[in-house]
Unconditional design. Sequence first.
Length: 52
Amino acid sequence: MGGSRDNSKDSRYFGFVPREKIVGRVDGTLASFDKNRWCKPRFGRFGSGLDG
């Protein structure tokens, strides 16, 4: 979003990335919402790790 946006290379230049090429790691939960209950927040899970 800087002054050289017209010169940057993004998805419009490179195209889509195949799913098998995406590598990442999840460390924790930033926010959690229950999609079965009108997206109400699950405050007990905010900021929690993935261990349970």
